[in-house]
Write a protein that binds this ligand. Sequence first.
Ligand SMILES: [Zn+2]
Length: 401
Amino acid sequence: MKKSVHFLTLALIFISISFQSYALNKPKYIFLFIGDGMGISQVALTEAYLASLKGTRGSEPLIFSKFPSYGLCTTYSANYHITCSSAAGTALSTGTKTNNYMLGVDPDTNKLKSISYKLHEKGLSIGIISTVPLEQATPAAFYANSASRKSYYDISLQLPQSGFEFFGGGDFTDPKGKNNDKRDIFEILADSNYTIIRGFQDFEKKKGSEKIAFFQSKGKDSEMPFAIDRKEDDIKLSDVVKVGIDHLYKNKKGFFMMAEGGKIDWAAHSNDAKTDILEIIDFADAVETAYNFYLKHPDETLIIVTADHDTGGASLGRDKGGYIIDFNSFSDQTSSFAVDNEIIKKYSERNEKANIGWTTSGHTGVYVPVYSIGAGSQRFSGRLDNTDIPKRIMEVMKIKF
Ligand SMILES: [Zn+2]
């Protein structure tokens, strides 16, 4: 009897230790997806839209909302209840809150170190991706420090200095500075041993390069187009993620990739529901690319999907709108709306007909969702603050923060 109790105790200890080591599996490949401005109500709206396409009422889940680990995250900045993208990006990249409009520095403008640098020092390859220009707040928070998020040229100069292995998506708003009188950032990139690749055909020719900056074909805008406006020869976020994985996977020590759906925020600023919804579906497609990678490396991959803040304060239902959400009012919409108050007013009629509410053309201070799957994902559930996310990435990587 005594012997069997002893055996049972040992077995229980063994089970508990192996469960813990499984739960705290150290990832080798880390994906951090940030839907800029992607509040939980917009996710709900997108899932309702997907259900309506199937002819049903309800909610058709996006890939990331089926992830097993789920949390809610506070987003306030050091000086406001409602954050801007640079303060939120800084919290997500460095684990420190700062003031709105500051980037990679604390409120006293002391430089902070992004986890991308810390992971790089440990031998991981780094990829920074966005659909918006790379000197914009969210991608920049992962490689730059600036007292002002608007110092675009100074921020862009820090990109080649980072030495990170992959940049992709949008390129630069002011490649020669605000007054067009500075040295071209593309030249500086080339001098810093970055191979500039434009579009897929170019990628096939140059993919052996050590450091890659992968942009759209020549002559396109500095940001990637909205999904709703995309032409056949435009690249999409999932393409950039795919190319990024292909390039970063060469490093046997692993990689960290931050990929931002930057224009979800822009569509929400315009209260442009259909553009916003299609942008979120596009973002989910990019997450699916990472998920397919996870399926091949389930014990070594961590995928985290979150937002930096909510934009627009969307709601399913609005004052005196009743219970029905009707997406038919968007059925003839085939392009995005410009950020223009008159246009917003005109198209607010569509929102009204659909019974979709928006409370602001700015940001809100509500929680954002955190979805995760894979090695260490259990540490990203429950109530989180945005500063916890980089801290916990370091924790699961067993790197001192
Ligand atoms: Zn915004």
